[in-house]
Ligand binder design. Structure first.
Ligand code: MN3
Length: 198
């Protein structure tokens, strides 16, 4: 298989004012496209040709840094676009909410810990909700890494590379993370991934 850039599931201006069309145009059309292009070039002639994206991400981790970085970021961004929607945030589907309360204390505590993970990720990376050993956990990873290479299944991730927020928030990463959680997250998609992960 080769990597292809998915279309955004909404228009470029659909997430404003929380994420601008300028950010989405650069982030999707330039940054994600570059991971696709570079990933395809680096995939050629390797043992990973013909594998699924998830197999490539897991298999190249620690073995082929160039391929891993691009394949990991391709995987992360495919989901990142779907982890957001216009008029996002809001109510969490019942079964997922129950599990969040059970494993992380409360919805408020989950949001607080998720934001804190993003704020404290030094440099480029991602913060996550993931399912590990049957429990929902908060994680953070550097660069293109994700929970898949740490024995967990990602169900929500926020891109805290500066390219994801600098146009709209400048250096205010905490404000970006708060807007992501309160106004952008597509909890139905998180619930769909949760139900597949358990
Ligand atoms: Mn990005």
């Amino acid at each position: 298989m080769s990597f292809t850039l998915p279309e955004l599931p909404y228009s470029y201006d659909a997430l404003a004012p929380y994420m601008s069309s300028e950010t989405l145009e650069y982030h999707h059309d330039k940054h994600h496209q570059a991971y696709v292009t570079n990933g395809n070039n680096l995939l050629k002639g390797t043992e990973f040709e013909g594998k699924t994206l998830e197999e490539i991400v897991k298999g190249s981790f620690g073995k082929n840094a160039g391929l891993f970085n691009n394949a990991g970021q391709h995987f992360n961004h495919i989901h990142f676009w779907k982890w957001m929607k216009p008029n996002g945030g809001g109510a969490i589907p019942g079964e997922l909410e129950k599990k969040i309360v059970e494993d992380l204390g409360s919805v408020e505590k989950m949001k607080e810990d998720f934001i804190q993970a993003g704020v404290t990720q030094f440099g480029s990376g991602w913060n996550w909700l993931a399912v590990k050993d049957g429990k929902i956990v908060v994680m953070k990873t550097a660069n293109g890494e994700n929970p898949l290479v740490h024995g967990a299944t990602p169900i929500l991730g926020c891109d805290v590379w500066e390219h994801s927020y600098y146009i709209d928030y400048r250096n205010r990463r905490p404000d970006y993370l708060k807007a992501f959680v309160e106004s952008l997250v597509n909890w139905d998609y998180v619930a769909e991934l949760y139900s597949k992960a358990v």
